[in-house]
Design a protein around this ligand. Structure first.
Ligand SMILES: [Zn+2]
Length: 232
């Protein structure tokens, strides 16, 4: 049994002009249509936490894992109502030092400043049954920083989010999908139980829980592209 883990970033109207990573902004109408397709085909959209028994082969059924990176406010505004409407859950991987802030890490590479969810919005996300995952303190390239700093970034993000939430945070996403064996160990050591990368394929029950692959859903993916990624 293989499970697709879908990766989104922003759910918002993409800018008309070209800019770096515009492909990572999916139009709200397209997101709604993708969730509708999943439902129509008998799939249940689940957070990583809720999907673990399926990924590990202990439960069976049509499941697609829905994940968002970076904790953007436009996911709260535009995706959350759609998830609720379909009875789906999802995981958002938050950059802990930017709760109520913005995507500071993107600005040097020419991406528009975009607000991240506030602490109140993060708590509401969780209260509605969705998962709060961690994505470091500052969205760093983990293999490029000293080990001590990498551990502070990984463990610190878990601590900050758990303080805001008052509940355990067990899922982690490596920024830019940058990871290695040492970083997987670190994520385990600080208390996470699962971590996702950006390796492009569906999961297999034999996958390392700290190296789960994901499928990127892009701005211009048609419904056919979308279904191919999910089903094949
Ligand atoms: Zn990210």
């Amino acid at each position: 049994m293989t499970v697709p883990i879908l990766m989104y970033h922003q759910i918002h109207i993409p800018p008309a002009h070209k800019m770096p990573f515009r492909s990572m902004i999916v139009h709200p109408d397209r997101f709604r249509s993708q969730m509708r397709w999943l439902k129509r085909l008998g799939y249940k959209g689940l957070s990583l936490r809720d999907a673990v028994p399926y990924i590990e082969g202990r439960a069976h059924g049509k499941v697609a894992v829905i994940t968002f990176d970076d904790g953007f406010r436009n996911v709260y505004e535009n995706a959350l109502p759609v998830l609720q409407e379909h009875g789906f859950t999802a995981t958002n991987f938050f950059v802990a030092n930017q709760i109520g802030g913005q995507n500071e890490w993107d600005i040097p590479i020419g991406i528009q400043p975009t607000p991240c969810m506030s602490p109140t919005q993060l708590r509401e996300w969780a209260a509605l049954g969705h998962e709060v995952g961690a994505h470091t303190l500052d969205h760093v390239h983990l293999p490029d920083v000293p080990l001590k700093e990498a551990k502070r970034q990984i463990g610190g993000s878990r601590d900050v989010l758990q303080d805001i939430l008052g509940a355990p945070v067990t899922s982690f996403a490596y920024p830019y999908g940058d990871e290695n064996a040492r970083l997987r160990d670190m994520a385990r050591e600080v208390g996470f139980t699962h971590a996702v990368t950006t390796e492009r394929r569906k999961t297999l029950p034999s996958d390392d829980s700290f190296g789960l692959p994901r499928l990127t859903i892009r701005r211009n993916d048609t419904w056919l592209h979308f279904l191919k990624k999910c089903l094949i």
